[in-house]
Design a binder for this molecule. Structure first.
Ligand code: DGL
Length: 268
């Protein structure tokens, strides 16, 4: 029997990974869950992020997923190792793929990372980068204003530009990075503004493409790829408001999608 790929995020950000999965693995069915009601995860204590992530995972395990993609850097930073130890299906995070993609692009090995407070404080990116190449110099910066703005659907225009340019100022001023990792899956939704602010000389990297490649490789190795012919029916669940989620999903995925229901994943 064929099984779906499970994808989780705190909200709409994981759609940037889902869209790459749909592009690279067009026959695979996705089941996506965004915990929009409790987004952002970034400022929350580690224990809370772990608890919420497990609630999302348990929701998807009931849907019989064959692989879990944690399309959220904050949840990856806090739960990847634990989920890998406790689940019997493969678990893929977004931090190692993001680090690999950045190293491929960087010439001077000075890499910037922007993410939520949770991800930046966890030090997960510097660790992942230095595990590959210990001479890399990393400049990281938490950008707590970005996720609420994206979840409100503010992706363009002068207000978004102002927030991005004010936030990235310290990163622009003090370093010579040639590559910037978007260490939060919400940030590709405002990528054009980030690129404009940081400058064309900096490669802006999102982990979606490399993450989808890793999913494809692992499923191929485990002989779990769907090998018939079909146009899959994806299922999207959100714990929060349907309207903004629907609008961003339709735009970002370049196709109308149906959100199956308003998911209830916890009793709180
Ligand atoms: N999109 C998520 C990430 O990659 C989480 C953002 C948030 O909920 O703060 O970190």
């Amino acid at each position: 029997m064929d099984q779906p790929i499970g994808v989780i995020d705190s909200g709409v950000g994981g759609l940037t990974v889902a869209s790459e999965l749909m592009r690279q693995l067009p026959k695979e069915q996705l089941i996506y869950l965004g915990d929009t009601l409790r987004c952002p995860y970034g400022p929350r204590p580690k224990e809370e992020v772990i608890k919420y992530t497990w609630e999302m995972v348990n929701f998807l395990l009931k849907k019989n997923i064959k692989i879990l993609v944690i399309a959220c850097n904050t949840a990856t930073a806090f739960t990847l190792e634990q989920l890998r130890t406790e689940l019997t299906i493969p678990v893929i995070g977004v931090i190692q793929p993001g680090a690999r993609a950045a190293i491929k692009m960087s010439q001077n090995m000075r890499i910037g990372v922007i993410g939520t407070e949770g991800t930046i404080n966890s030090n997960a990116y510097p660790q992942a980068l230095k595990a590959i190449n210990s001479t890399i110099r990393v400049n990281d910066l938490a950008c707590p204003r970005f996720v609420p703005m994206v979840e409100d659907g503010i992706l363009f225009g002068p207000d978004a530009y102002k927030v991005v340019s004010e936030t990235l100022k310290p990163l622009k001023e003090k370093n010579h990075i040639d590559t910037l990792i978007l260490g939060c899956t919400h940030y590709p939704l405002i990528r054009d503004i980030i690129q404009e602010v940081i400058g064309d000389h900096v490669n802006v990297i999102s982990s979606g493409e490399e993450t989808a490649r890793e999913v494809s490789t692992i499923m191929g190795y485990n002989k779990k790829l769907f090998n018939g012919n079909r146009i899959p029916e994806h299922q999207f669940f959100t714990t929060g408001r349907l309207d903004v989620f629907q609008r961003i999903a339709n735009n970002w995925l370049n196709q109308p999608i149906k959100i199956v229901e308003n998911a209830v994943i916890s009793s709180n």
